[in-house]
Ligand binder design. Structure first.
Ligand code: ADP
Length: 150
């Protein structure tokens, strides 16, 4: 049984995340969408809202579970008996950042990180840009799944 954890803030989930998740579905039997709880970080959407957006977006997908966790992501992977961590890459900056984390995670735990490139046309989408557009009253509907639009 191939199980992966896709960790993130999902503040909010975007079509960039959806793209990575949908492309990972054929690779794993089960994917846990895991929202890390970080009390030091300020979020635009509450934890409950972020969980609801994920649940609504994937309600018809039995391979996907939504969970929240505290502490180290690799400890959560061990707890869930998930040997893989899934992350998405938009560009070289993402790769540089993710590389150090993935190497540290592997040293810490043996959990293997699997990276997927987004499909073309999705690289410009990020939660932070969505939040900026929302704050300034712009149209963000083309960057998020339906659950976030309501
Ligand atoms: P974090 O705060 O951990 O970076 P995010 O919710 O911002 O959490 O991102 C979670 C994962 O989704 C990361 O691996 C990120 O690179 C990936 N991701 C976000 N947007 C995109 C996108 N447009 N294309 C590909 N991957 C993406």
């Amino acid at each position: 049984m191939k199980k992966a954890v896709f960790p993130g803030s999902f503040d909010p989930i975007t079509l960039g995340h959806v793209d990575i998740i949908e492309r990972a579905l054929p690779l794993f039997d089960e994917i846990i969408l895991a929202i890390g709880i970080n009390s030091e970080k300020k979020y635009m959407f509450s934890l409950e809202e972020r969980v609801r957006f994920l649940n609504e977006s994937f309600k018809d997908e039995p391979q996907i579970q939504v969970m929240t966790y505290n502490g180290l992501t690799v400890d959560f992977c061990k707890e869930q008996e998930a040997p893989f961590l899934l992350r998405g890459l938009r560009n070289g900056t993402d790769l540089d950042y993710e590389k150090a984390i993935a190497q540290t995670n592997f040293k810490l735990s043996g959990v293997e990180s699997v990276f997927l490139l987004n499909s073309s046309g999705k690289s410009h989408i990020s939660s932070s840009i969505v939040r900026d557009v929302i704050r300034n009253g712009g149209d963000y509907s083309f960057m998020v799944p339906n659950a976030v639009k309501k």
